[in-house]
Design a binder for this molecule. Structure first.
Ligand code: ASP
Ligand code: MG
Length: 422
């Protein structure tokens, strides 16, 4: 049994949906569950709908109409029969959102976000399933919310693995005997049947959840890159494909910010020794990268760049040291404002961290920190991580940069830098 995950880019338009279906056609005899993300950019656009509705400033319907047009344009290209039931199914998904928008917002932002944004995956999975049926593939669409059960931390829900596993194992194996199952990434549901989402880019994680509960042989994530590369092509003209990767290296790379796979994806697969392939949907004949149990360390140094970093420097107001009770208070504030620490540095009298610049949240955090500590920030920095570094790789990335903080262990070097040109 296998799990495939198609990301937003792999289903972004009619041509790509056809391409995804043609990949499925090659696997039609094996037991296969397919997890799909929303069409490219749809999640961001649905977030704009939520923001406009919640803020009551701009018209949420205008953005929604644009999303609708995009989806119906794709339908027209895929289904020539205007009475095909998919037209109604897609229209009904949009009606769900319109019902919400017609009322004054009463609920929390995070709750509304999940109810609105989750529709992106319902749409893409329905369209892909209908197209597969049209070309003769034996597929069955299922609602991931009937299987993935979470707590009610909207926008970042935690999966209840025991209930989820029981539900998946009870019903899905017999469906998978006869059909390719197509379902949504990113979404789940509380025990009271309210829709939740698992965090941005969470579809990879959904694939891992289904894979782990079904004990499949392997998972394949189909992407618009040839596999896991040693750096993002956005930063380096010459990148190299890493053909084979241990789970540990994959966890480390994604932890430090490699965006090729969602960081939560790997651990559940590692626990069950399920291999994870990252392959190109544009070149399905190529093997891509295989992440599995191997003693093979990364054959080449890997680089991860994170721009838009803020350095937050925290010092006690009195002459005390930074000790455990300060740290637990500080960490709790980061947790409350949902700010993820990318690098931290602790000395006797100060504690400093580098985080993504998420704007408003940082300002709120800062004003809370200032009640107890001296806190200052420096914006516009870059965090460079090199896994399996050496001096040559460090010199290579430091051209025109100044090091502000540096952390090294035997395998990984992290440098927070500012640009000398600015
Ligand atoms: N559509 C969601 C997002 O863009 C989930 C995903 O793509 O993995 O965050
Ligand atoms: Mg995505």
């Amino acid at each position: 049994m296998q799990v495939f995950k198609f990301g937003g880019a792999s289903v972004k338009d009619a041509e790509n949906i056809k391409n995804a279906a043609s990949i499925l056609l090659q696997y039609k005899t094996s037991e296969l569950l397919v997890v799909v993300s929303a069409l490219n950019k749809t999640t961001n656009a649905l977030q704009d709908v939520t923001d406009n509705y919640y803020g009551q400033d701009n018209d949420p319907f205008a953005v929604l109409d644009r999303i609708k047009t995009e989806h119906f344009d794709i339908l027209h290209q895929l289904f020539s029969d205007p009475t095909h039931p998919i037209y109604n199914e897609v229209a009904n998904c949009f009606v769900e959102i319109e019902w919400i928008l017609e009322e004054e917002p009463q609920d929390s932002y995070d709750y509304l976000y999940d109810q609105i944004v989750s529709v992106g995956e319902l749409l893409s999975s329905k369209i892909l399933a209908a197209y597969c049926l049209q070309i003769g593939l034996p597929v069955q669409w299922i609602d991931a919310r009937d299987y993935i059960v979470t707590d009610n931390t909207y926008r970042e829900a935690t999966v209840d693995w025991a209930i989820t596993e029981a539900k998946i194992r009870k019903e899905l194996p017999s469906i998978l005997d006869d059909f390719i199952v197509i379902t949504q990434g990113f979404i789940g549901s509380t025990s009271e049947n309210f829709t939740t989402t698992l965090g941005r880019e969470g579809s990879d994680y959904s694939a891992a959840i289904f894979a782990s509960c079904l004990n499949v042989e392997d998972v394949t994530i189909w992407k618009d890159v040839p596999g896991v590369l040693n750096a993002d092509p956005k930063w380096f003209a010459e990148t190299e494909l890493i053909p084979e990767l241990s789970y540990t290296d994959a966890i480390e790379l994604t932890y430090y910010g490699a965006t090729v796979i969602h960081p939560k994806t790997i651990k559940p697969l590692q626990n069950k020794k399920i291999a994870l392939n990252v392959r190109s949907f544009l070149h399905p004949e190529q093997p891509g990268t295989k992440i599995h149990t191997t003693n093979q360390t990364l054959p080449i140094p890997s680089f991860i760049f994170k721009v838009n970093q803020v350095l937050i420097n925290i010092q006690p107001r009195d002459f005390s040291f930074i000790v455990e009770d300060n740290l637990s208070h500080i960490f709790n504030l980061f947790h409350i404002y949902r700010i993820k620490i990318n690098m931290m540095h602790n000395s006797a009298i100060s504690f400093s961290v580098s985080v993504d610049d998420s704007g408003e949240n940082i300002d709120l955090l800062l004003s809370d920190l200032e009640k107890r500590y001296k806190a200052n920030i420096e914006r516009g920095l870059e965090l460079i991580t090199i896994r399996y570094y050496n001096q040559e790789t460090i010199d290579r990335v430091l051209v025109n940069k100044k090091i502000i903080r540096e952390l090294k262990d035997s395998y990984t070097c992290q440098m927070l830098v500012s640009n000398l040109n600015e």
